[in-house]
Design a protein around this ligand. Structure first.
Ligand code: ES4
Ligand code: ZN
Length: 326
């Protein structure tokens, strides 16, 4: 299809990617062997067969279990480098990635082991692959605000290598309002904040992320369409939404890709972007997300260009750099 050629050719951004969600089954088995970790699956195929999720939590249970093979700084470097090579093949020129330090500190892996390996790979990608990046420290919302505050304290010596803060994990029952003090502290450090909201949670959680956490972007936000006042607010303030179509289908946020609200979001004037979320678990990296949406929704060339341009507008790039791509 001619629009597919356009998708492949355009330089793109990725603004919603969990680095732990890029752990491919092959690398998971290789790291398990390297670190002497036993996996409860016979092989790569048995593991992949388990990637049949009923909701966000059923995915998160596997995602946190899988991350247990990540033990050393080299493991985190290898994980991140594999993603960056993949990103380059997909035409990504700028990526803003999340890491979940509490997933690692909670099982005894020091903050600087995870952070150091990821940071080094991102730095190397700038010179070796020509990919620019930002690193977003994301807090786990199923844990307490105190745990988040303690994590932030541990991160402070490394703040020069951190570009922003996020909020992810189990959304239902863990509203943004639970983290007001933590995000006030993050903002006082002069860094931008984002939050997952309106993925499984209601539009009220998107309002809270905007008004109580003062985030500059909403991750997912697909359920915002249920609240017209919220759509108006997001459109007028040009708050970017980092939408992840294949993720939404795999986690049953959306019944099938043909019913995904991506086009409605654009038509409502929202600054929607396309991203891959946890591509090793959801069956496709960025290019696959675009190509699958093109086919299922019959996206036009104009719509694809709009989505790609939105990515550059939503990215944390200096104005001069942004202007170069737009
Ligand atoms: C996530 Cl898809 C999704 N939603 C919320 N938290 C997450 N962490 C990793 N992937
Ligand atoms: Zn996510």
């Amino acid at each position: 299809h001619p629009v597919d050629a356009l998708i492949r050719r355009l330089p793109k951004t990725e603004l919603h990617l969990h680095i732990e969600g890029t752990l491919e089954p092959e690398l998971m088995f290789a790291l398990a062997k390297r670190n002497g970790v036993a996996l409860p699956y016979a092989d790569v195929d048995a593991l992949r067969a388990a990637y049949d999720f009923s909701d966000l939590q059923s995915f998160l249970d596997l995602y946190y279990a899988g991350a247990d093979v990540l033990r050393t700084r080299q493991d985190f470097y290898d994980l991140t480098w594999a993603y960056l090579e993949r990103a380059q093949a997909d035409g990504i020129v700028h990526t803003e990635i999340f890491f979940d330090p509490q997933t690692h500190t909670g099982r005894g892996i020091p903050f600087d082991v995870a952070f150091g390996g990821i940071r080094q790979a991102l730095d190397d990608a700038r010179s070796r692959l020509g990919i620019s990046s930002r690193l977003i420290l994301s807090f786990l919302r199923h844990l307490s605000e105190e745990d988040g505050l303690a994590t932030l304290e541990v991160a402070l010596p490394h703040l020069a290598g951190i570009d922003g803060f996020g909020l992810d994990s189990s959304e239902r029952g863990h509203p943004p309002s639970k983290f007001q003090r933590l995000f006030a502290r993050c903002r006082s450090l002069g860094l931008p904040c984002v939050a997952h909201a309106g993925e499984e949670g209601p539009p009220a959680y998107v309002w809270e992320a905007l008004d109580l956490l003062q985030v500059v972007r909403i991750d997912h936000g697909v359920r915002s369409l249920e609240d017209l006042g919220l759509v108006q607010r997001l459109a007028e303030a040009r708050v970017p939404l980092t939408v992840c179509p294949l993720s939404n289908v795999r986690l049953k946020v959306c019944p099938q890709l043909a019913m995904h609200p991506l086009r409605q979001m654009l038509q409502a004037g929202l600054l929607a972007t396309v991203n891959s979320d946890d591509p090793a678990y959801f069956g496709g990296y960025l290019q696959e997300n675009f190509l699958a949406c093109r086919a299922a929704l019959d996206l036009s060339a104009d719509e694809v260009v709009r989505l790609v341009r939105n990515g550059f507008e939503a990215a944390w790039l200096p104005a001069a750099e942004q202007a170069r791509w737009l």
